[in-house]
Design a protein around this ligand. Structure first.
Ligand SMILES: N[C@@H](CCC(=O)N[C@@H](CS)C(=O)NCC(=O)O)C(=O)O
Length: 209
C-alpha cells in the first residue's frame, strides 16, 4: 500500500489526494503535524530532506517529495500525462510555472491571510500581490486560447495550477476579473468532481502559532 504523508490544509497535499482519487489508487494517509515540528524530525527528514509534505512513500519504502513530482509519478501511463513529447513539455511548463508563480505567491499570501501572518510579512506583501495579479493575468491569457492548460485535455497541470489559484479569492483577488481563468476553474471543478474538500487551516489549532 502507498502511504501519503500529508497535512490536510495543504493544497500541495490536496493535489495528490485528488489524483490518487481520480486514478482510484488506494493509499494510507499519515497526517503530519507540521506546525509542531513533525516534518523536521530525523525520521521525516530521511523521507524528505526539505522537511515538507506531501511525501508519497512507495511499497518498498522509498519516497518521493515535491507535489508536482508525485503527480507526474502517479500519472505516468494515464491520460493525465501525455506521452507525446510536445504535449508532455506543455504539462511540465505549467507544473514549473505553478511552483514559481503560484504556490510561493498566491499560496503564501493565502496562508498569511488565513492564519494571521500578514502583518509580520508586511515587507513582502505588496510584491507578492503584484506577482499574483501578473500570474492570474497570464493564466487568463493562456486559457483564452485553450480549454485546459496543456491544450484540449485535462491533465496534472490543471490539477496542480488549480490547487492554490482557484482559492485566490481567500487573499483578496476577484476571479471574475479574469473571465477565461474563472471559466477554466469551473471546468476543472467539474472534471475533478465532488469529494475533495479544501480543508481550512482552522482545523489545526497549531496553524496560527
Ligand atoms: N514545493 C513543495 C512545497 C511543500 C511545502 O511547502 N509544504 C508545506 C505545507 S503546504 C510544509 O510542509 N511546510 C512545513 C515546513 O516547511 O516546515 C511542494 O510542492 O510539495
Amino acid at each position: 500500500m502507498l502511504t501519503l504523508h500529508d497535512y490536510l490544509p495543504s493544497q500541495n497535499g490536496w493535489k495528490v489526494r485528488v489524483l490518487l482519487g481520480l486514478l482510484e489508487i488506494p493509499y494510507d494517509s499519515h497526517p503530519v503535524s507540521i506546525f509542531e515540528g513533525e516534518s523536521h524530525t530525523d525520521a521525516f527528514l530521511a523521507l524528505n530532506p526539505a522537511g515538507a509534505v506531501p511525501v508519497l512513500q512507495l511499497r518498498d519504502g522509498s519516497a518521493i517529495a515535491e507535489s508536482n513530482a508525485i503527480l507526474t509519478y502517479l500519472a505516468e501511463g494515464t491520460s493525465f500525462l501525455p506521452s507525446d513529447r510536445y504535449r508532455r513539455a506543455k504539462v511540465m511548463q505549467w507544473l514549473f510555472f505553478e511552483q514559481y508563480n503560484i504556490e510561493p505567491v498566491i499560496g503564501s499570501l493565502r496562508f498569511w491571510t488565513l492564519t494571521g501572518r500578514l502583518e509580520r510579512n508586511q515587507a513582502m506583501v505588496a510584491g507578492k500581490r503584484e506577482a499574483a495579479a501578473r500570474t492570474l493575468a497570464a493564466l487568463d491569457r493562456s486559457l483564452g486560447e485553450t480549454p485546459f492548460l496543456a491544450g484540449s485535455d485535462f491533465t496534472v497541470a490543471d490539477i496542480a495550477v488549480y490547487a492554490y489559484s482557484h482559492r485566490a479569492g481567500d487573499c483578496g483577488f476577484s476571479l471574475p476579473e479574469y473571465p477565461a481563468f474563472a471559466a477554466w476553474a469551473e471546468r476543472v471543478r467539474d472534471a475533478i468532481g465532488p469529494g475533495y474538500p479544501v480543508h481550512p487551516y482552522s482545523i489545526d489549532p497549531h496553524s496560527g502559532a
